[in-house]
Design a protein around this ligand. Sequence first.
Ligand code: PLP
Length: 394
Amino acid sequence: MFSEKMHALGTSPSVIRDLFEYGNKRKAEIGADKVFDFSIGNPSVEPPEIVKETIEKLLNESDGVSLHGYTSGPGDMSVRMAVSDYIEKTHGAKASPNHIYMTCGAAASLTVTLGALCEDGDEFITFAPYFPEYRVFVESAGAVFKAAKSDKNDLQPDLASLEDLIMPHTKGIILNSPNNPSGVVVSEENIIKLCELLKKKSAEIGHPIVLISDEPYRELVYGDVKVPYLMNYYDDTIVCYSYSKSLSLPGERIGYIAVSDKMTGADDVFFAICGSGRSMGYVCAPSLFQRVIKECQGMTSDISVYEKNRTILLNALTSYGYRCLSPDGAFYLFVEALEKDAKAFSEKAKEYELLLVPSDSFGVEGFVRISYCVSTEQIENSLPAFEALAKAYK
Ligand code: PLP
């Protein structure tokens, strides 16, 4: 009647969703302003004005037939040219329009890429903590999912741990920087070391290990932090990008895959991406939003609210005795739980109406994730609850 595997996926609980649903129920019971929901990563700032203006312009100036019609499977060529130009001008890297595939966001970029690369017995490795859907995406592509460790102090990738996991069947590495859930941006020094290791191991195992850069948070960085562009460090790179966070458009489902022109067999890899997209029904990403992002290259929502929230939370929580990782990017704060069991700590936090995601589902123990893409008012109102929670452990 149905696939047991898909049924299990559809019914297995997501800790984040459960917490979010609990929050909605609790808000109905005691009032929305009394519940401090930090569970979900939905951008809380408006898309930049240019998004609205472009939509209006397109609706007024274009004829509906071509605006809402199918584009070619990998996307409209003029859009792919704009993306390719932007990558070259901004990052100095080459991914020609023939190596750009428009997608329904980063999730589709990843599933299409994994489907394109995966052969029997392949393995993909990421670093913990990781976005929980990676396991689902990798296993659904028919590959084995493995997680290497990160340094326990700064959560930068632990390369010795990665080296131990690389085997002849290793097909690729998924790197996510800025990282969900930790907010960590991988330093250039570590990128260089990682790429050197991948080159050495590729030579040893006799085939290239592909570096998949999942980067929906690329533009969400604070201060003068730089996010190195991986194609400039490693030839066998595929970028999985999304406008969900940079333009606050998660519900519109728009992103792209960019295959480096320098990648081994880049043209064939791109044909496999087209085939994978076709096999999943992921052809012709939303037509209107392809045209919108064409006009919004390099634009970002006003992230000053996230920066403000981050500073308030970081200072306050540290003063209450929490150990927080100082996040350079994304909109997540990763905080050490005040007891060993992060799930128990998250349950305790609920008594103070604080909804914090325990880190177990991200592949590490002993932390909680706070999504600070909420109003500054919510952050400020939640501080007494964080203080009371810390006191309960003293
Ligand atoms: N990758 C990471 C690390 C994410 O945090 C998310 C969404 O939160 C995604 C991929 C999926 O992004 P999209 O909504 O663009 O599919």
